[in-house]
Design a protein around this ligand. Structure first.
Ligand code: CTP
Length: 340
């Protein structure tokens, strides 16, 4: 980074389809190469022309990218390739200093590099691609889990042909073996900042599987209820018990990174219990060990239900659980949950 007043503005583009922590990690690295990060979200038409139709709409991809804590500005409907004309728009209109992309080749249908021009004028920089995750891999996991479900449904019917493939679910066959290091978690965290002395801590829990635009929306709303947002991410076992053996599609560590990358999140519990237990209250208290005690803060607890119709009944059981009541927290229901 340069000293003096000039702030370095960097640009990274992408499709960001089924946005995952690999994308988040790319944008985190891009941001570190400058002071302000501008992200170009490639238009549906351009994605269709260059790699086939995306799974998520422009609106959803935009919501996901904008929700990342490293993103300062977005350019909607960016082109897939950095053309001469677009490059000059980036330099002149958007005051971009460097154009950034992952170290994987990004080829156009005619076999040429999408970043040739930027490289030629010496305004190109590279970041390291994150191994172990891609949109294609996630689509694979979705397909495999629905295949498992079909097999199971077939079994319930009168003439079961297939046996459920033991290896592909429950045992984590479709689950990536990616494990984040402590360093990666630190990189995604907010520098260990805890809530201030009189902060209202908001707690929200959920599976946060396949992190999507609806999650961004609910986390934003939850954060607005207080000053500090603590997110409990249910363990793989709990998610399996609640939703079926083919879930979660993203394992606990992957889900934790996606949630941590969200700008509205201050802290996560990696593997939160289903019930709000005394332990949970203590975990929250720990966050403020240096400041005012737990009782002196007004806590708001919120619940996130991914499948409201299905889970609403059990929510009563949870909110009235003796342990939860003991924490003295207030429960808030029916947070707006726009896109799902
Ligand atoms: N990226 C990354 N690590 C990944 C996936 C993507 O660093 N595991 C980076 C790419 O290098 C690119 C940016 O994220 O700079 C946006 O990627 P995108 O255009 O969405 O496409 P892909 O690279 O094809 O990503 P995916 O395979 O997940 O669709």
């Amino acid at each position: 980074k340069k000293s003096g007043k000039k702030r370095i503005r960097v640009y990274m583009d992408g499709c960001f389809d089924l946005m995952h922590y690999g994308h988040a990690n790319a944008l985190r690295q891009a941001k570190a190469l400058g002071d302000e990060l501008v992200v170009g979200v490639v238009s549906d038409e351009e994605i269709i022309a260059n790699k086939g139709p995306p799974v998520l709409s422009m609106e959803e991809r935009l919501a996901l990218v904008s929700g990342l804590k490293w993103v300062d500005e977005v350019i909607v409907n960016a082109p897939y390739a950095i053309t001469e004309e677009f490059m000059h728009r980036l330099f002149n209109e958007h005051k971009i200093d460097y154009i950034i992309h992952g170290d994987d080749p990004c080829l156009l249908p005619d076999g040429t590099d999408a970043y040739t021009l930027a490289k030629k004028v010496g305004r190109y920089k590279q970041i390291k691609r994150t191994e172990g995750v891609s949109s294609t891999d996630i689509v694979g996991r979705i397909l495999e889990s629905s295949k498992d479900m079909k097999v199971l449904e077939g079994q319930e019917g009168s003439s079961p042909h297939g046996e459920p493939d033991e290896k592909s679910h429950a045992k984590g066959g479709h689950i990536s073996h990616f494990l984040p290091t402590s360093r990666r978690i630190v990189q995604f965290s907010n520098g260990g900042k805890g809530p201030g002395p009189n902060a209202r801590v908001v707690y929200i829990d959920g599976a946060f599987d396949l992190f999507h635009a609806g999650h961004v929306e609910i986390l934003k709303n939850a954060r607005q209820l207080g000053d500090f947002l603590l997110v409990g991410i249910h363990s793989d076992q709990i998610v399996s018990e609640q939703r079926g053996t083919h879930y979660p599609l993203m394992h606990l560590h992957e889900r934790s990174l996606s949630v941590l990358a969200c700008r509205y999140v201050d802290e996560v519990i990696i593997g939160a219990p289903w019930e709000v237990t005394r332990d949970m209250a203590e975990a929250e208290q720990c966050l403020n060990a240096d400041s005012v005690g737990y009782e002196q803060r007004k806590s708001v607890m919120t619940r996130h239900w991914a499948e409201p119709e299905k889970l609403d009944r059990s929510s009563d059981a949870r909110q009235n659980s003796a342990e939860a009541v003991k924490t003295g927290a207030r429960f808030v229901h029916d947070l707006p949950y726009k896109i799902d």
